[in-house]
Design a binder for this molecule. Sequence first.
Ligand code: CP3
Length: 407
Amino acid sequence: MLLRTVRSDARHPGWCGTGCRYLLARIFGTIDGMTSSSALPHSVPVDGVSGTAPSLDASHPLMDGRTADSPLIQAYRGGKPSRRPVWFMRQAGRSLPEYLKVREGVAMLDSCLRPELASEITLQPVRRHGVDAAIFFSDIVIPLKLAGVGVDIVPGVGPVLDKPVRTAADVAALPQLTWDALEPIREAVRLTVAELGTTPLIGFAGAPFTLAAYMVEGKPSRDHLGPRTMMHADPETWTALANWAADASGMFLRAQLEAGASAGQLFDSWAGSLGLADYAKCVAPASTRALDHVRHLGAPLVHFGTGTSELLVAMRDVGVDVVGVDYRLPLDEANRRLGGTVPLQGNIDPALLSAPWEVLEAHVREVIAAGSEAPGHVLNLGHGVPPETDPAVLTRVVELIHSIPAG
Ligand code: CP3
């Protein structure tokens, strides 16, 4: 694995990002005082077929010269590209009229599993807004669905499971996701990168806590009491569930990266409901495990959650190259907390997308100024695009960001 990593890094001379430093620390000992989780009682399936750990293909966009020098990938690797990169979480779907048109009569999860449709929806915001990255159109619960867990996305509600997962027997009965079941995902990614040219595709997955929170509650919840009770009341069952979710999410992300995505983002949207002690002990090891499925590929990895101002250092320490910051914490303060060690992504307040343009423009300029000290900065929102957003405002924000000379 070490040899493979060194080989893949050699394709990016001079670069050894956090992921690479992290990997070496995993091999030789500890990082930032954290015990290496290589002692975790698990074996990561490095290849669903043969048990080897191939690197990205030579024809992959990150390897064949298409995306390695793009503004997004440069900034993710701590460089200062000639233009400031910007993309928006939840840019695909939501309010775009062209999205609503192609989704007519198709259920959400079905649309994710039709490769041509998923690819078309992924491309729509790139065409419309001129953003610097596509985010793959899918959902964090797709790995559950592909494993055979009964789950649906109920309009206006969110993910709902046929049967919540609450006991050791429930966890033991979970079906395993197979590599073959992920073929519609790989096909959608292949179709997408064939159209994207030099614009990178970002793959994503839900972090084990956020995924497990839906599994335990069986539906969206505000305080995530179920999973937070389970991690203390029945830690063994919690660990087994978090590890199941880690492997499902890790395989989902790996399928996207191997098929052509140039970066990966782990969404721990609900991690902000946890205190630091619970996060570090009960959640971070599983997030590390999810990313263990993909770090050998050498693509930049981003970690994002909301309400996570107190968790930023621990979230970096699961071994990522970039930390996504929500709208609550100014980027200069996030950079201070992280000791200037990692590029940042964020954090335009989604609420201001509906404010008068002058107010929004001043805010975007503030975000750019606050991010200027970080080793790299990718503009994004501090959470997803609100469904009621006027798409023209997003296009104007992209134009504004691209019009400001990179410092
Ligand atoms: O970012 C993108 O544009 C790519 C597509 C994407 C979707 N979901 C499509 C989607 C991504 C990256 C996600 C991730 C996701 N899904 C997260 C993490 C990001 C976040 O928002 O915190 C979470 C928590 C989910 C679970 C989920 N899926 C919820 C809570 C909901 C319902 C609320 C909502 O956003 O509408 C969904 C449904 C969903 N996922 C929709 C889309 C486009 C709406 C479905 C519809 O319009 O019918």
